[in-house]
Design a binder for this molecule. Structure first.
Ligand code: ZN
Length: 272
């Protein structure tokens, strides 16, 4: 594989007190240079993650969880000031593309904060308490609306929209600023051929994407498992991409090259 940095676009901070240190060690072992880490659920979650960024910020890129009913564009700016790189959105009280939320997306776009959206059926857990969960509000098609309305906003949809895969991939084809990760059960249960049928376009097909890219250039690596299982998800990505015969260059883009662009980490090529 072409040499480069692997970037994990979807990770959750675990509850162990030394989780960040263990995560950073494991990333070094696996060649992961940056890990987009989502704050824990709950009142203090964002502050807990923010407190770790001065020490671990070289590797851990913080993603603040946006609180739908409370957060204003000023709070988005505050997350930015606290050192957060991006934002995580999940379980909205109205669909993701409701105009109610546009001021939040507008601010994220202005500040260059990439946005990771949970998509599809969310797991049931006691942590959610009495939160009313409407999975239908987290369909991939809503990201299409947001991507069109905020063309500079960098958007990552989680889980390839599981189970709304077709909605996700067709939205990715037409929106240069919309990407998806393959976290969750998809890589375990769906065949590489299934993914190949969804992610079919190339610069040479009659029907192409908005920028003439390969479909796989819209896919990024994410783990969404505890640090000690990241290697397993990485293996699943490799397995699927090799089975589909992706070029080494394309594999590298999925594992880190594309994410570097999404996160604004690309270094300018040296001239001369
Ligand atoms: Zn997740």
């Amino acid at each position: 594989m072409t040499e480069g940095m692997i970037i994990d676009c979807h990770h959750h901070l675990g509850s162990e007190p030394d989780y960040a240190a263990k995560l950073v060690d494991e990333c070094a072992r696996l060649g992961i240079g940056k890990v987009c880490t989502i704050a824990p659920w709950g009142e203090e979650g964002n502050d807990r993650l923010a407190a770790l960024l001065p020490k671990y910020g070289d590797v851990i890129l913080g993603f603040a969880i946006v609180r739908w009913s409370e957060d204003t564009p000023d709070d988005i700016a505050r997350y930015h000031d606290q050192g957060f790189t991006g934002l995580k959105f999940i379980i909205p009280p109205a669909p993701y593309d409701d105009e109610l939320w546009f001021p939040l997306y507008e601010k994220a776009q202005e500040l260059g904060m990439p946005c990771l959206f949970h998509l599809g059926i969310v797991s049931r857990s006691d942590e959610l308490g009495h939160t009313l969960v409407r999975n239908n509000y987290m369909r991939p098609i809503y990201l299409d609306t947001i991507a069109r309305r905020f063309p500079q906003l960098q958007i990552i949809g989680a889980h390839l929209g599981n189970p709304w895969y077709e909605e996700a991939t067709m939205s990715a084809r037409w929106n240069p600023n919309l990407y998806f990760d393959l976290t969750g059960s998809t890589l375990k249960k769906k065949s590489p051929e299934f993914l190949g049928q969804l992610l079919w376009w190339t610069p040479f097909t009659r029907y192409r994407d908005a920028e003439g890219r390969y479909a796989w250039e819209k896919i990024v690596f994410g783990s969404d498992v505890p640090y000690y299982e990241i290697h397993d998800v990485l293996h699943d990505y490799h397995r699927a991409m090799s089975a589909l015969g992706l070029s080494e260059e394309l594999k590298w883009k999925v594992l880190g090259g594309t994410a570097a662009r999404v996160l604004g980490l690309e270094t300018e090529p040296t001239i001369g």
